[in-house]
Design a protein around this ligand. Sequence first.
Ligand code: NAD
Length: 251
Amino acid sequence: MHQLFDLTGQVALVTGASRGIGQAIAVGLAEAGATIVGVARSDQSETARQVQAAGQRFEGIEADLSQPSTAEQVFDEALARTGRVDILVNNAGIIRRKPAIDVTDEEWDEVLHLNLTQVFRLSRRAAHHFRARGRGKIIMIASLLSFQGGILVPAYTASKSGLLGLTRALANEWAPLGINVNAIAPGYVASDLTQPLQDDPERNRSILERIPAGRWAKPEDLKGAAVFLASAASDYVHGAVLPVDGGWLAR
Ligand code: NAD
């Protein structure tokens, strides 16, 4: 591992680490040397297995981040277990597919709360810890719908567009504290979240036709961007968004 990308001795807190993108990022950071604290509602044993296979320690916290006070509690629990956190990856997120005209208040609130409000709360808690230490890395998992309107996912688009604004706002305030706040915008990644699109032959075909790389991303495709934004290699990168989208946005 090149020294610039080496995370030996560091601790990364990854939300939504039980599967998909969060799992792959957790394993990627572990392969770069980090201890992983994974947060998820569901079983994280497969993530634990892969992190340990990479020779690193894994701590799993079972928590439902949709509950109002959990963000701060989760961070404090991570600190209690590992004594330090160097990297926060705000990955947990949900999507609800429905025409805007049919979206209920509850559905709107559910998506905005988890994808945006809880990300702010967890980042704010992390920033208290990072400020005291003079450094820290916060990585947001944005989306192509941080840039585009999307189809039948209005709350999700609002949350991910807001998340990119939040990334820039926090970067402005926290860069002077030595805290890097940046985002990754994954393209179409084959995961549980996008299973309905993969299963719809028409949507699947139109998505594939528009991706210059000609394939869906695998969760593992996100590892490199995450290691970059978690490591010293990105120490002068603030408020940036790195698309990992097979060229979608360039089209
Ligand atoms: P996924 O559904 O496979 O995994 C979501 C993860 O979040 C799981 O670990 C789940 O346990 C966790 N999670 C969900 N609700 C939670 C809650 N209330 N409390 C705690 N944990 C919770 O999804 P994914 O495709 O891996 O997506 C991960 C992130 O990447 C999301 O923020 C998503 O918006 C974003 N993203 C995904 C794609 C894609 O194409 N899959 C594209 C762009 C962005």
